[in-house]
Design a binder for this molecule. Structure first.
Ligand code: AMP
Length: 352
């Protein structure tokens, strides 16, 4: 079981934290990432410097790894499928396919019996105008693919927001218009499924975004036990439907009546699960490594209330203050330049 090699596609901070967790369990890690000196390269065993869909690099990954996983959901599906013919790839490429396109994702989630916002596919300005009319002039227009951290989105709050030029403004690519959800709060659940079908869910986190980027995750979330159970059940259904192996992050809007509307899922470890490294014995990163390596899942129980805060751009200047706090775990990503909007690290304060 020891000295096996886990391949990780993507070398950002999530790959870095996966590599750290893997090392503790005696796994070697081989990162596939085109950027040299990436966050994961500092802690992984080795890096292949090549594009994510480079055929020679994928062949090398298959040859040298016992299992391959990924740290971001935009790994080209054809590359993941090709790789899966030669080596075990977890989570299954089908999960990538379902998560990469917001339209496919919503249809899949609805197919699992889980509500989402209402939606229309938008392929022209006429589609946009008809869909907005259907939603009373309100809605959130999003690119179907490659959107993240609120990028590639436009909000229509009322009929006073003119739809004119809306389709072209997002680049003339396939879009989706979602009905506007008046939510009470945003929550997410981090869940894992093992080889044997066992599912382990962490407690749902309550998330606050700033400028479309996650700012804080707080535990416990201000939701009822019934709402928490609904989040767990939704995660269980999604994981089972995908024959999933690994950790997934699923985001929801919680309404004032306690019901949940699923927003999106990420077939990977998730920013809103970073708190698990401080407030649980087994972090989401170790859980993912355990799952993809075929080891038993760890107990996801939380031992403390906590709040995780992302350090974005210049937030990193407050590092001395964070380091001086008790019960506070600081985690930095090894990025030298603090550009605006760039995730530089995070801190988790245990509340006790
Ligand atoms: P997303 O990229 O889908 O995670 O959206 C980014 C953020 O925009 C979410 O975290 C919400 O705060 C907000 N948002 C997204 N979709 C909707 C919606 N349909 N209704 C209301 N707010 C939304």
């Amino acid at each position: 079981m020891t000295e096996k090699t886990i391949g990780i596609i993507g070398g950002g901070q999530l790959g870095r934290m996966l590599a750290m967790a893997a090392a503790r369990l005696n796994f070697r890690t081989l990162i596939l990432e085109p950027q040299v000196d990436c966050p994961a390269a500092h802690v992984a065993s080795e890096q292949i410097v090549a594009a994510y869909d480079d055929p020679a690099a994928l062949a090398e990954l298959a040859r040298r790894c016992d299992v391959v996983t990924y740290e971001f959901e935009n790994v080209p599906v054809h590359a993941a499928e090709k790789l899966a013919a030669d080596v075990d790839v977890y989570p299954p490429p089908k999960a990538l396919e379902m998560a990469q396109d917001r339209l496919t994702e919503k249809r899949f989630i609805n197919g699992c019996g889980i509500p989402t916002a209402r939606f229309h596919a938008i392929d022209s300005q006429a589609d946009l105008e008809a869909a907005l009319a259907d939603f009373g002039g309100q809605g959130v227009l999003k690119t179907r693919r490659l959107g993240y951290d609120g990028k590639g989105q436009r909000v229509y709050r009322s009929t006073a927001d003119s739809p004119e030029g809306g389709y072209a403004a997002l680049g003339g690519v396939p879009l989706i218009l979602e009905s506007f959800v008046s939510f009470d709060r945003e929550i997410s659940i981090i869940a894992a499924r093992g080889f044997d079908g066992a599912v382990a869910c962490y407690d749902p986190a309550e998330n606050v975004h700033r400028d479309g980027i996650l700012h804080t995750s707080t535990l416990p979330a201000g939701i009822s036990e019934q709402t928490a159970v609904a989040a767990r059940e939704a995660a269980d259904r999604i994981l089972t439907a995908l024959g999933y192996v690994g950790v997934i992050g699923i985001e929801f809007f919680a309404l004032s009546d306690g019901s949940l509307i699923a927003n999106e899922m990420a077939p990977r470890v998730h920013n809103s699960g970073h708190w698990t490294e401080a407030a649980c014995v087994i972090s989401q990163f170790e859980q993912h490594i355990r799952a993809v390596a075929g080891l038993p899942l760890g107990n996801p129980q939380r031992h403390s209330a906590c709040v995780m805060t992302n350090l974005i751009g210049d937030d990193i200047l407050a590092l001395p203050e964070w380091l001086s706090l008790d019960d506070t775990l600081v985690h930095l990503y090894g990025k030298s330049e603090a550009r605006p909007g760039r995730k530089m690290g995070h801190v988790t304060q245990l509340l006790r």
